[in-house]
Design a protein around this ligand. Structure first.
Ligand SMILES: Cc1ncc(COP(=O)(O)O)c(C=O)c1O
Length: 441
């Protein structure tokens, strides 16, 4: 067996192409050797600044000492018993911690699964079981995973849904509060958040309210383009849901665990969800996701109705506990400072580069939308792709998002140093300059 460390990126790429299908996509052509904090080193020893955090998974940084320590400690005790066969303390302890810190001053319960998509699936099972209603409301530009229900709830067709139908029945889609491109052609605040009030009309034209089990929504749309709704949006939606006995689920899988400078993005808004989904950064890279909800809801499905062989694996839960310790008030305060710095830097770039149509985000969950011209707002999709490639060539890994792939999103580990941040932003600006110049040729 050859040691992978001795192979070049190109050699590994040939093997990848031979043995792994093309469906599982790749953003870069490199293979990791090691990673620490906000830096990934490839198998050839080249270092990259990572502004993606493995798609929002490394809020506490790659290979944080506390996380690695917790993983080692647990692996030496036992790796797996299956929670449904022989239980273990880290699962209970992490559930207790999440019940305590998630928004909502009422008794809660938490169960664990392996991925965000599975958390979404189980939350729908619980909501349907508890309400005895079939329908679900999701949103335009939503992303909730790639399993059949996750994919059905996801909005964007290509690449997520194209060719994979038919999808799950009883999923209905509302417009989201995308103020930069208001689906109703209105402007905030004079719109008085009509897009939320529209839910009442939706019950007339699309699905009867008393058939709806749950409305599932992201506090900040992630894959959908880093879209932040205005204050008051969720408050209105939740009030309408309450009036009609509809549950309200907040999908915090990308926006949670300190990403926005608060432990949960929901805390930026005046709303208390019935169910909160966590994933991604919850265990710093080990596969773990949580469903936390009102105790009576979570208890409604019968014993044996929910479960999974690996769900809440002890090593993942131990890593999750280390992450919870790390996401203390000091780390959250420095995440807020990072968010302020990024906001200043990106709005400064926006003042100098016409191509940046919108800068938006909450704290360090920040992004920008590139447009061909600020008036028409025509998406600059090719330019965004070009920019991502140029950044990569210069040692900065960054991701696009949004239905037109013209938004650039920053999911940098919150532990990035000032020097790394300066360097990353400088690479970004150099690359942006080149992109703009190459388009003007
Ligand atoms: C908001 C949201 N929900 C669900 C998911 C699915 O999570 P996973 O990829 O762990 O299944 C994602 C992944 O990007 C997400 O951003």
């Amino acid at each position: 067996m050859l040691n992978a460390a001795n192979r070049t990126n190109q050699e590994l790429m040939s093997l990848r192409q031979e043995h792994v299908p093309s469906g599982p996509f790749n953003i870069t052509p490199i293979f990791a050797r090691r990673a620490k904090g906000a830096v990934i080193e490839d198998v050839e020893g080249r270092e990259y600044l990572d502004f993606t955090g493995g798609i929002g998974v490394e809020n506490v940084g790659h290979c944080a000492e506390q996380v690695v320590g917790a993983i080692k400690e647990q692996a030496e005790q036992f790796i797996h018993t299956c929670f449904h066969v022989v239980m273990y303390e880290p699962y209970i302890e992490l559930a207790k911690r999440l019940n305590e810190v998630t928004p909502g001053d009422f008794p809660k319960k938490t169960m664990f699964v392996n991925s965000g998509a599975e958390a979404v699936e189980n939350s729908i099972k619980i909501a349907r079981y508890a309400t005895k209603r079939p329908a679900i409301i999701a949103f335009q530009n939503a992303f909730h995973g790639r399993t059949y229900m996750g994919m059905t709830l996801t909005s964007q067709v290509k690449p997520y849904k194209w060719g994979f139908g038919p999808f799950c029945p009883e999923v209905y889609r509302m417009p989201y509060a995308y103020c930069y491109r208001c689906p109703f052609g209105l402007e905030y605040p004079s719109c008085e958040i009509h897009c939320a009030d529209y839910l009442e009309e939706f019950f007339i034209g699309h699905i009867a309210a008393d058939s709806v089990a749950v409305l599932i929504v992201e506090p900040v749309q992630g894959e959908g383009g880093f879209i932040v709704p205005p204050q008051g949006y969720f408050t209105k939606l939740k009030a309408i849901c309450e009036r009609h006995g509809i549950l309200f689920t907040m999908d915090e899988i990308q926006a949670g665990m300190g990403r926005t400078g608060k432990l949960f993005a929901t805390e930026h808004f005046d709303v208390i969800p019935d169910i909160i989904l966590t994933g991604k950064s919850i265990a710093a890279g080990l596969p773990l996701a949580g469903i936390t909800g009102r105790a009576e809801l979570m208890d409604s499905p019968h014993a044996g109705g929910l479960g999974s062989t690996y769900g809440g694996n002890p090593i993942a839960c131990k890593a999750g506990l280390a992450v919870m310790d790390m996401l203390n008030p000091d780390m959250l305060a420095s995440a807020e400072t990072l968010g302020d710095k990024l906001h200043k830097k990106l709005t400064d770039l926006q003042s100098r580069y016409e191509i940046i149509g919108d800068v938006r985000g909450l704290g360090p969950m920040i992004g920008m939308e590139l447009v061909k011209d600020r008036k028409s707002k025509e998406p600059a999709s090719d330019e965004a792709g070009d920019l991502v490639r140029r950044c990569y060539d210069k040692g900065l890994i960054i991701l696009s998002c949004g239905p037109h792939h013209n938004a650039i999103r920053i999911l940098v580990p919150l532990v990035i140093t000032d020097e790394q941040l300066e360097r990353g932003v400088a690479i970004f600006e150099d690359s942006l300059k080149e992109t703009v110049l190459s388009q003007n040729k």
